[in-house]
Design a protein around this ligand. Structure first.
Ligand code: NAG
Ligand code: NAG
Ligand code: NAG
Ligand code: NAG
Ligand code: NAG
Ligand code: NAG
Ligand code: NAG
Length: 550
């Protein structure tokens, strides 16, 4: 039976070869195999639909697996030992009229010195992976002074308010009067003055302070300050004593990089509400991926004493054409309670609370009256800025705090973390050394900790990982739909054509009528088979017949 069909099919093809020209012969190939082509075409179209709906989810799944912090993932090494050197720039407000300010009540005149530039090297050490998708480590930061990029050197002498002394006097405001008088005589003996002249290096990295030394000797052990030296960055050069436990993203990518515990604690205890005591932010290097314009990022830093929210500002093109989202703190983040009632929780001993644009970190700084603000009181009250002389109006390009983050992978591409440290001095008339020091918010320094760009091989990798999938998706979708549709149209067209031709040929009544009729029957059987969802009868195709019998 199979042999007979084979022969008749061959006879048919031979006759056609004689009768028809080349072009028509080409169409006959389709005439013989439309069922198979239709199946391929439909498979391509279904794959196209699958790509449209599931490609992004699959790619995201792969990205999530790749970025989660596991030994060997793309991000792990970048996170553990960042391939960049963050740069810290410090600007110091040098007081040029200390005597006039104290004796004659003049406005303080400040001279902004700097930048003093430090190149940082970061590394995470003492890594311990836990079973539940968390990881504990200590942060190690080494600072190296860079004289070339600095506008001065570490030996420059500056005059600044005596922070330990003014902290002690401001705190004694509500203490018993005899304590204040005692304090005054101790300060007399130790020759402590409200302004100190120290070098830039000392101001930042520490100088021996007589008051702290005394406190260390006399204060009961539990309440002891940890240091006898005072420096704004004292103890920050080296491995931090604080351990952090963060989520690796293995179990839940939406928590990737967020802090779970800081020194074993899951929240702060200083503020009035749980939401203000939260510490589940990022340390700024990595953020939960797949962010959009509505995403709020949170940063946590021990010295900031709270989560800092960051909101989408605009899309930016960073180094090496990597697209990023710029996130900045909202304008009202440090607003006074009247402007932003949510900030009431940060004012546990108020009212009165801090002035507009300030954040009181006293509870995280051994009760020193330290207020943070943005540099030049950006987003703050102009009255505070003009209470001293020498601070220009804030300029977003120099003073804005921002981070540019790669939205799909949550990796920081560029960042300028900028903050100013101020001292809130309260006048205490009983202590004669500071009797003429008025209530004032005294700016001390501002600094910028920044990442300019990632190295080329990292940006190339980011580009590859984030720009290829969307292009691949579009290309794949179009290819599948176009080829699928063409095949479908061609096979349908051929079906129609061939059935027309069969009718014509039947009318002609030529010598090959029988053979042709038999082929026609098979053809119809094949079509019926297909329509009924049965396997296609491949025997209509001479090529198939040859294959199956040889
Ligand atoms: C800081 O100000 C004092 C005057 O109070 C001045 O003597 C000193 O030279 C200034 N420092 C620098 C680095 O300009
Ligand atoms: C994960 O395990 C560590 C160590 O066992 C524990 O300290 C931490 O609280 C756990 N974290 C979560 C989110 O369960
Ligand atoms: C920080 O410590 C390193 C050594 O660990 C030292 O080389 C460097 O000079 C220190 N930096 C500063 C600013 O003291
Ligand atoms: C982290 O610090 C806390 C408090 O200092 C301590 O209890 C805990 O054991 C430390 N965790 C690790 C993993 O070192
Ligand atoms: C952002 O939120 C607004 C309002 O809540 C919504 O209309 C918009 O679609 C959201 N955009 C995205 C990208 O989710
Ligand atoms: C800062 O907070 C501390 C502790 O709550 C409080 O005693 C102090 O008065 C506050 N300082 C200012 C300037 O609000
Ligand atoms: C980039 O290159 C440096 C050496 O030039 C290498 O140490 C690092 O692992 C590379 N990073 C990536 C992500 O390939």
């Amino acid at each position: 039976m199979a042999k007979g069909r084979k022969l008749s099919c061959r006879a048919l093809t031979a006759l056609r070869r004689i009768k028809r020209n080349r072009e028509k012969k080409f169409k006959d190939i389709f005439f013989c195999i439309p069922g198979f082509v239709i199946i391929v075409a439909l498979a391509l179209l279904v794959s196209g639909i699958f790509v449209v709906f599931f490609f992004t989810a699959i790619v995201n799944f792969i990205i999530d697996k790749q970025i989660a912090l596991t030994k060997g993932s793309i991000t792990f090494e970048m996170w553990r030992k960042p391939p960049v050197n963050p740069v810290m720039q410090v600007y110091i407000y040098n007081v040029t009229n200390a005597d006039d300010f104290l004796n004659d009540g003049h406005k303080p005149i400040l001279q902004e010195l700097g930048p003093y530039v430090y190149i940082e090297t970061w590394e995470k050490v003492n890594l311990k992976f836990h079973d539940n998708g968390t990881l504990t480590f200590n942060q190690r930061k080494i600072f190296k002074f860079d004289p070339e990029r600095s506008a001065g050197n570490e030996e420059d002498m500056v005059v600044i308010p005596n922070i330990p002394m003014l902290s002690a006097t401001s705190q004694s405001k509500h203490a018993a009067r005899f304590l204040r008088l005692a304090m005054a005589s101790i300060m007399d003996i130790l020759k402590i003055k409200p302004f100190v002249e120290v070098s830039v290096g000392q101001l930042l990295w520490g100088y021996e302070d007589p008051l702290l030394k005394l406190a260390k000797d006399v204060v009961p052990k539990e309440q002891k300050l940890p240091y006898e030296e005072f420096g704004l960055l004292y103890g920050k050069n080296g491995t931090s004593m604080d351990n952090m436990t963060i989520f690796t993203g293995v179990e839940d990518i939406s928590k990737f990089g967020l802090i779970n515990r800081f020194n074993g604690k899951t929240q702060l205890s200083h503020w009035k509400t749980d939401s203000c005591n939260r510490i589940d932010g990022s340390d700024g290097s990595i953020f939960p991926p797949h962010m959009d314009h509505n995403t709020t990022l949170y940063l946590y830093d021990k010295d900031l004493c709270r989560l800092l929210p960051l909101k989408f500002q605009k899309e930016v093109l960073t180094y090496n054409d990597v697209k990023g989202y710029r996130f900045t703190p909202p304008k009202d983040v440090f607003a006074d309670v009247a402007t932003n009632p949510e900030n009431d929780c940060f004012c546990p001993s108020g009212p009165p609370c801090t002035p507009h644009g300030m954040f009181n970190v006293s509870l995280c700084q051994y009760d020193s009256p330290i207020l943070l603000s943005f540099p030049h009181f950006y987003f703050g009250d102009d009255k505070v800025r003009t209470a001293v002389e020498g601070i220009s109006p804030p300029d977003p390009s120099k003073h804005e705090f921002y981070m540019d983050v790669q939205p799909e992978m949550g990796i920081t591409l560029k960042a300028k973390a900028r903050l100013q440290i101020n001292l809130a001095v309260s006048q205490v008339v009983d202590i004669k050394q500071v009797a003429t020091f008025p209530d004032i918010i005294f700016p001390i320094i501002w600094f910028e900790e920044g990442i300019e760009r990632l190295p080329n091989n990292a940006t190339d990798l980011l580009k590859l990982a984030t720009e290829t999938p969307p292009v691949a998706k579009v290309a794949l979708t179009y290819t599948l739909f176009i080829i699928g549709s063409i095949l479908l149209v061609v096979s349908v067209f051929c079906l129609v054509r061939s059935s027309n031709r069969q009718e014509k040929m039947n009318l002609e009544g030529t010598a090959h009528y029988t053979a042709n009729d038999e082929a026609n029957k098979k053809k119809k059987a094949a079509m019926n088979g297909h329509a009924n969802g049965k396997t296609i009868d491949s025997k209509v195709n001479p090529a198939f017949v040859n294959d199956s019998t040889s």
